[in-house]
Design a protein around this ligand. Structure first.
Ligand code: HEC
Ligand code: HEC
Ligand code: HEC
Ligand code: HEC
Ligand code: HEC
Length: 227
């Protein structure tokens, strides 16, 4: 009885399914889905830096100054955008100068001792957002941490077994995912390829299964992920 309780507790994951409440009921499907807005329009640092970034209220205003939701059930949500931007829509509309930033709650949270970099995964590694966040284009509520079982249902995703955002999840993918090297499309890997060729024994070892995984390039080293 106690044993099964412990086993049960061990498998409970504190991160999967986490969906904090948000100040505005922002649905991704309306934006990235039906209206086809690119992820990078709002998360504009995702290909350039460590973090993806969350859009400021000015980004919302680019569209919602016009799309005011009048007569729609979501009109109240758009009013919250106006309150944050200090926009008075009466008449021709004007900025009052009284702003109050929208405080979005963080959904995906890693402990402070872990280093994760978006551009490294998205640009260098060529990993799609869907692999780690699910299909946001169909998400009709605020974001949540998708359980690994859900991520596995998405076509093209590497199949993983460890709960999303745990160390096991990172490690498992680094062991399974191969990197495209020596195809002339990525200077970083071409450099690795060039160095590997100088060491035939290592080159042979890495290529024994016809591919080079992230772990073979150091993706299992503690210091790569831990400060
Ligand atoms: C119109 C702007 C907009 C677009 C386009 C957009 N997002 Fe977002 N995204 C937001 C906002 C606002 C939040 C914060 C609210 C929330 O967490 O649901 C957010 C939150 C997220 C989160 C959770 C962030 C966290 O705190 O962990 C992920 C992941 C995400 N978006 C991925 C995507 C992906 C992938 C795409 C493209 C398919 C995309 N977004 C397109 C505005 C946008
Ligand atoms: C390899 C997995 C992975 C991929 C691929 C990935 N993300 Fe993330 N994402 C994460 C993790 C892990 C975090 C939490 C980072 C942290 O807390 O330091 C995160 C956090 C976020 C956040 C919250 C803000 C931030 O930067 O912490 C947004 C927004 C987001 N991702 C959007 C995207 C978008 C858009 C894409 C595709 C262009 C993408 N992610 C691709 C794993 C991934
Ligand atoms: C590129 C244009 C664009 C941007 C930028 C944009 N939106 Fe929207 N938003 C739309 C459109 C189009 C709709 C759908 C309107 C409709 O269905 O009548 C919409 C609808 C909404 C809705 C109502 C959705 C529903 O059906 O319940 C909310 C809430 C919303 N947006 C919040 C935001 C927030 C918050 C931001 C900034 C983080 C933002 N939007 C940025 C274009 C945009
Ligand atoms: C879906 C697969 C996948 C997941 C999940 C994943 N990664 Fe990665 N990771 C990659 C790929 C592909 C690369 C190769 C890009 C490169 O070599 O720079 C990479 C590279 C890295 C690197 C650079 C390694 C090096 O040798 O320079 C670090 C650090 C890293 N990931 C951290 C993380 C952390 C932390 C997590 C979990 C929160 C994570 N990754 C989850 C696929 C993944
Ligand atoms: C690919 C990235 C990655 C690598 C490599 C990695 N870790 Fe982690 N580690 C994480 C992530 C993400 C977490 C936080 C999530 C969790 O606790 O599962 C974590 C958590 C931990 C924790 C738990 C701390 C706590 O809060 O309980 C310890 C201890 C740890 N790692 C040690 C190591 C050691 C030792 C190595 C090398 C043998 C290593 N890690 C390699 C990503 C990594």
């Amino acid at each position: 009885m106690i044993v099964t309780l412990f086993q049960g507790l061990y498998r409970i994951n504190v991160m999967e399914d986490y969906q904090p409440s948000q100040p505005i009921a922002f649905p991704h499907d309306r934006h990235a889905g039906v209206n086809g807005i690119d992820c990078k329009y709002c998360h504009n640092s995702v290909t350039k830096s460590k973090s993806a970034g969350i859009p400021s209220v000015n980004v919302c205003m680019n569209c919602h100054k016009q799309i005011n939701g009048e007569g729609k059930p979501f009109a109240g949500e758009i009013k919250k955008i106006y309150a944050a931007a200090g926009w008075d829509p009466a008449g021709a509309g004007k900025y009052t100068g009284k702003t109050k930033p929208i405080v979005w709650n963080k959904v995906h949270v890693l402990p402070d001792h872990v280093y994760f970099n978006h551009s490294q995964h998205v640009v260098v590694g060529g990993v799609d957002c869907k692999q780690c966040h699910g299909d946001m284009k169909t998400m009709n509520e605020t974001a949540k941490v998708q359980p690994v079982e859900e991520l596995n249902k998405i076509e093209g995703n590497v199949q993983l077994t460890k709960p999303t955002l745990t160390m096991g999840w990172c490690i498992e993918c680094h062991g399974k995912k191969d990197v495209k090297i020596g195809d002339g499309k990525n200077a970083y890997y071409d450099e690795i390829h060039r160095r590997l060729k100088k060491d035939p024994a290592l080159y042979k070892k890495y290529y024994k299964d016809g591919k080079v995984s992230v772990s073979e390039l150091g993706g299992w080293e503690c210091a790569k992920c831990h400060y």
